[in-house]
Every structure is written in structure tokens, then in C-alpha cells.
Design a protein around this ligand. Structure first.
Ligand SMILES: [Zn+2]
Length: 106
């Protein structure tokens, strides 16, 4: 197991791990808790990490991750008020899916 990257929050970590898994990599999300007693911290104080099971997959996995992190910029306003940037189709604040706008281009 090797650590690929640290994600800003658990939703993004899950998104990256999911994309890696769909591409055929054995990836998983590990929560790294700040401090020694995890139970004393609110959930958003943990730093999720994306780990790769097979070290030999690392170059390709990093390449995919890089493309995920550098998607064409796209931003949308969620109903919760959060502006979601960076090509994510799910709000990292409330988890809502990106609204589809029929007829709208990009
Ligand atoms: Zn939202």
C-alpha cells in the first residue's frame, strides 16, 4: 500500500478513489485523523487520503489523478449556496448532485 495523495475532504477523496477503481486500480480511502484520539474531533477535522494497493500501479494512477485534479474548469452554484469548482459533479458541502440544465450549453 502506498499513499497517492491527500484530499481536501472526504467527498473528493471518495470521488478520486472511485475514478481510480473504475480505471482498474485497487484504490481506497483512508481517513487520517489529526491528533491521537479520533473520537474527540469532529469528522471534518480528519484528512482523507487516497491509497493505492499495488505500488507498481503508481505511475499510471498518478497520471489519472493528475487529470482528475486538472479537469477543465467548470463551476456551478449548488442549492445550498456553495459554488462548486474544479469539475466536480457533486457538491462537497452537502453532497447534492450537479443540477442538470436541459438546453444549456456547458
Ligand atoms: Zn450543496
Amino acid at each position: 500500500m502506498i499513499r497517492l495523495t491527500r484530499a481536501p475532504n472526504i467527498a473528493i477523496a471518495a470521488l478520486w478513489a472511485d475514478a481510480l477503481q473504475q480505471a482498474g486500480f485497487a484504490a481506497s480511502v483512508q481517513r487520517y485523523f489529526l491528533g491521537s484520539v479520533a473520537g474527540e474531533l469532529p469528522p471534518d477535522q480528519c484528512q482523507p487520503e487516497v491509497w493505492l494497493t499495488h505500488k507498481e500501479d503508481e505511475p499510471q494512477a498518478r497520471e489519472l489523478l493528475h487529470s482528475l485534479q486538472n479537469m477543465p474548469q467548470r463551476r456551478w452554484l449548488c442549492s445550498c449556496g456553495e459554488v462548486v469548482e474544479g469539475g466536480f459533479e457533486q457538491c462537497w458541502q452537502c453532497g447534492a448532485a450537479m443540477p442538470t440544465a436541459p438546453g444549456a450549453s456547458a
